[in-house]
Design a protein around this ligand. Structure first.
Ligand SMILES: [Zn+2]
Length: 305
């Protein structure tokens, strides 16, 4: 109590000092950029999603413990860890990564001391290790201690979790994570909502198999709520199975568009100059990584491989 009061007094004096010397540089806020806004949103049955910076995090937080699916970057991972610990006093049982990209694994080291285990599909684990060792950032990573091939399952309290590998899609190793009883499916970056998706060719991505994955997962979990890795600003990062089929149709259109160009002997650069994919004008670009040209180039490579 005494400690609290002292802290209160100190804070009050500082606040007063801040007012009195408002022109003193150190008393002025807003010199450093504001930290990203983070939000926890419930879906149902102790399962929800967290947004901050990077790929959407899925979570389970019950009396039996918490689970996080993906880790974003260190700053927002910290907010996620703290929020999950508050919601689940028993602590965080595990962190699962949907794939190796930095905006999904960058916060792993922040989760590390707070979680019992990190789970990854084995191709994701291999890509995570190889790419970060090559980039010289291995010391800032936390790697998996549980790996799986085709599928994985674990009970956490009264929830049953599954991980499935359907072959190459967005990368060479993407897992679909299912909260069975809540009927919530985390797609990782196998789902971009109205954003031109990134196709990570060098890691072994495949548009054709990505189409198959979207179809299979939509059919297997017809009435589930899906968590999407990313969405265009203003678009939700969760939605029903029909959104998966919409992305499937986008990819089908992209492959057809490029195939038509190849048939007409158009060079790759010419085909990739298109500013809009016919029928899918609602898809937006973001930075240099998520563009229609990126998708069309990847489609060209895959069709001429
Ligand atoms: Zn990704």
């Amino acid at each position: 109590m005494r400690f609290d009061r002292r802290r209160f007094l100190t804070t009050s004096s500082l606040a007063l000092a801040g007012t009195a010397f408002a022109r003193v540089p150190w008393a002025q806020p807003a010199q450093t950029p504001a930290p990203p806004v983070t939000t926890f949103t419930d879906i149902r049955r102790n399962v929800g999603f967290f947004t901050g910076q990077g790929g959407t995090i899925g979570w389970l937080a019950s009396a039996a413990g918490a689970v996080a699916v993906d880790a974003q970057f260190p700053a927002t991972a910290k907010a996620c860890v703290e929020g999950l610990q508050q919601r689940s006093p028993k602590g965080i049982e595990m962190l699962i990564n949907t794939h190796y990209h930095g905006d999904h694994t960058g916060g792993n080291a922040t989760f590390r001391p707070a979680v019992k285990r990190i789970v990854q599909q084995e191709r994701c684990a291999k890509l995570h290790r190889e790419t970060t060792e090559k980039a010289g950032t291995a010391a800032q990573q936390a790697y998996a201690d549980v790996m799986f091939g085709e599928s994985w399952s674990q009970d956490v309290g009264d929830e049953k979790m599954w991980g499935y590998f359907y072959g190459p899609g967005h990368t060479g190793g993407d897992a679909v994570i299912v909260f069975e009883r809540a009927n919530v499916v985390h797609m990782g970056d196998l789902m971009f909502n109205r954003l031109h998706p990134r196709i990570d060719g060098p890691s072994g991505a495949s548009i054709r198999n990505w189409i198959t994955i979207l179809e299979r997962v939509a059919k297997r979990h017809t009435d589930a709520t899906f968590i999407f890795g990313h969405g265009k600003p203003g678009q939700p990062v969760t939605g029903p199975a029909k959104e998966l089929l919409y992305l499937r149709d986008y990819f089908t259109a992209a492959l057809q568009f490029v195939q038509k160009g190849i048939g007409a002997k158009q060079p790759k650069e010419e085909i990739a100059k298109a500013t809009e994919l016919p029928g899918f004008a609602d898809y937006a670009a973001s930075g240099t990584a998520l563009t229609l040209a990126g998708v069309l180039n990847a489609a060209y490579d895959e069709l001429t491989r």
